[in-house]
Design a protein around this ligand. Structure first.
Ligand SMILES: Nc1nc2c(c(=O)[nH]1)N[C@H]1C(S)=C(S)[C@@H](COP(=O)(O)O)O[C@H]1N2
Ligand SMILES: [Mo]
Length: 511
């Protein structure tokens, strides 16, 4: 029997991988999301990726970072499958061994996830077996050995068969992904949830927060425009019925709250500007929302926090952790266990049914979504997700400001114009914003910008700046002054390890 050509074997390898993944994905629908090897492997890749590479991915791909990861992982799988299948012969099954090893890695990834059982690897085992069967069949030579009177080109027939299997595998996988999403979705649970009316409502937002004569970002960020950053490859689907919050560690008594237990606490609504440590100078990983929830302080008080504890390690249902200073949770900042965002139940991707929102701290040390566990501990005993990867254990938000108008490279008409942007310094609050046109060495001095009304120290502040535009190339630079009197530093720092700093400058041309 003749072994197929190398190109055909490579195609057969990709087809076998597609069938293996497709079968696994489809069976995972029956076994549940925890049996999804693709997500398990992807999460493992995310967790094992070195910190600087993650930072690069976020900086380069922003909120498309997960799409990039998925495409990259599929690309690597296809490449390895093709290369190893090229070496596959009937005697030396290099490609088959690669599929088996990949299957074993998939099983290991599935088993490594919280709450996994042995049954959860069944889809991966079945997928692996199908993948090997497909590869062995395609390279067996059975399809290239044809009776002499058969006129079809056997190599071509084999390629078509491989292509067909590849397509079938991909289609099965896509159907599996869609079915998994549908069956595990908490959309109905969320739709059925009537967010309680706050006992303590947030003060109303007056129109004066929004400067006039310039098209700026809205003071309140819509839920579907709010930035999203997390390590979750598929959004965790946790219903209110399944949700629990366990408080333990350095406490007088351990407590586990069910969702309905929360009703006995005062419901608080509060505006907080959330900021990501990965936000570069001028970046948009920041948003401002009205959060409804319960004071973490009240929840912790029932457990009784020990005096020598200085950190609360919060854990998400997907294993992400954040380490928050106890005083940020128990102090008068009103850190929230939030269940609502802008008057709606939390959107699933923002943490439904419950997450933490802590004024003044970057999200990576405070804003755990899908939160299920609070361990009261100490900074010298526990390390959270990003801290293990080299980020600072503490993440207070730096005083920062951003120019939204003009955009970089914009052409501005000569005459009167109004520029503007946002400034933030939670929880100190913004006292002033200064703007400089054409930098040092040019004609520029720092001049005060007009401020939108201040809402609270835990929210950002919008600013505008009226200017008489004169033809030629220009730059505009902004800096904020916070309520502690500190002027935003010019010192340039990258996001790692504790947040970017430096002034935002935009170049534009007046015509
Ligand atoms: N479970 C979980 N919670 C998380 C994260 C995460 O990766 N997983 N990322 C944190 C980070 S780094 C930020 S900046 C905020 C972002 O919250 P958002 O996606 O609702 O804007 O969530 C925090 N909470
Ligand atoms: Mo973040």
């Amino acid at each position: 029997m003749a072994v197929p050509a190398r190109e055909t074997r490579m195609l057969a390898g990709v087809a076998a991988a597609a069938v293996a993944l497709g079968v696994t994905q489809l069976l995972a629908v029956v076994f549940g999301p925890q049996a999804d090897a693709r997500t398990a492997v992807g999460s493992m890749v995310i967790d094992l990726t070195p910190g600087p590479v993650k930072e690069w991915a976020i900086a380069t791909f922003g909120m498309a970072d997960k799409l990039f990861l998925s495409v990259a992982v599929l690309g690597v799988i296809a490449l390895v499958a093709a290369l190893t299948a090229a070496l596959e012969t009937r005697r030396v099954p290099v490609g088959s061994i690669a599929i088996v090893l990949a299957g074993a890695a998939g099983c290991a990834a599935v088993l490594s996830r919280a709450g996994a059982t042995l049954a959860d690897i069944v889809p991966t085992l079945a997928g692996t077996a199908c993948g090997v069967a497909v590869l062995r069949l395609l390279v067996s030579g059975r399809f290239t050995d044809q009776p002499a009177d058969d006129r079809t080109d056997p190599g071509r027939r084999l390629s078509l068969l491989a292509l067909g299997l590849l397509t079938a595998g991909a289609a099965t996988g896509a159907v599996g992904v869609v079915l998994s999403r549908l069956t595990s979705s908490v959309a109905a649970d969320r739709d059925a949830f009537a967010l309680p009316r706050p006992d303590v409502a947030a003060p109303p937002v007056g129109p004066a927060v929004q400067p006039k004569d310039v098209e700026l970002t809205s003071f309140i960020t819509d839920n579907d425009e709010f930035y999203r950053i997390d390590t979750a490859l598929t959004v965790p689907q946790l219903s209110r019925g399944d949700w629990q919050l366990r408080i333990h560690g350095m406490v007088d008594r351990e407590i586990t709250y069910r969702f309905e237990d929360l009703e006995r606490f005062e419901t608080v609504e509060k505006l907080v500007t959330l900021t990501c440590v990965s936000n570069p100078v001028g970046g948009d990983l920041i948003g401002n929302a009205a959060w409804t929830g319960y004071r973490v302080r009240d929840l912790l008080a029932e457990a009784g926090v020990h005096g020598d504890a200085d950190m609360v390690l919060s854990t998400s249902v997907d294993g992400f952790t954040a380490g928050t200073p106890v005083e940020a949770l128990t102090g008068d900042r009103d850190a929230l266990l939030a269940i609502g965002m802008n008057g709606e139940p939390l959107p699933t991707e923002h943490g439904y049914p419950a997450r933490l929102v802590v004024p003044g701290l970057y999200g990576y040390v405070s804003a755990t979504k899908w939160v299920v566990d609070l361990e009261v501990t100490r900074f010298d005993r526990a390390e959270a997700y990003w801290t293990k990867l080299g980020w600072s254990a503490r993440g207070p938000i730096k005083t920062q400001s951003r120019i939204d108008v003009p955009r970089s490279g914009a052409a501005v008409a000569a005459g009167p114009v109004t520029f503007g942007g946002v400034a933030w310094a939670q929880p100190r609050g913004v006292r002033g914003v200064e703007v400089r046109i054409d930098g040092p060495g040019g004609t520029g001095d720092w001049r005060p910008a007009d401020l939108g009304a201040g809402y609270s120290d835990d929210t950002w502040r919008l600013w505008s700046f009226a200017w008489q535009a004169e033809p030629g190339p220009h730059t505009i630079t902004v800096r904020a002054i916070d309520n502690s009197g500190q002027v935003q530093t010019a010192q340039v720092a990258p996001p790692v390890p504790d947040g970017a700093s430096g002034w935002h400058t935009v170049s534009f041309t007046v015509t």
